[in-house]
Design a protein around this ligand. Sequence first.
Ligand code: ZN
Length: 179
Amino acid sequence: MKHPPIEPWYCEVEKAEIQPQNLERHLTACSHCLETYQSWQEVERALLRLPLHAPTSGFANRWQSYARVRSQQTQEAFWNWSVGLVSVALLVIASMVTLLILFFDSSFVTEMISNIIRMLSRLPLTWLQLRYAFTFWLREIPPYWIAAFGLFLYAWTILPLGTWLYAFIKFTSRGVKPS
Ligand SMILES: [Zn+2]
């Protein structure tokens, strides 16, 4: 006996190719198909008996409140950092002022200031000396060593930068492309 497809007929009546009358005629004759049909009816009844759960209040705009909380947290973190940095700067300035007031009359401060001024006045000279030493040594180094060092430096800047760029592109493209 040729059995008609019960599932397509029962689940999607519009698409089914078999006529309802033909199916009913078959069901009276075939116990196998009748059983399948009744099982599907049982499934439908069971599905309809399931209790409906109402969504908790504010389900639709929960992400909005979440976004609001997140932006508030970011702002709070920003303010905390700002206040912390400002208070650290104030503490440093206050301690410097206290030190200056405490040692203002002593020779310590004047010595320190004169030392700083002397250092600053010597700075151009030392810079020139530095440059001279650098160029001198540069002329002494064999040229292939410079090339090797350049290659080494190049490799060690390109390698992490390339890795980072690759990872960045990978992660960003994975976020956009559906795959
Ligand atoms: Zn049948």
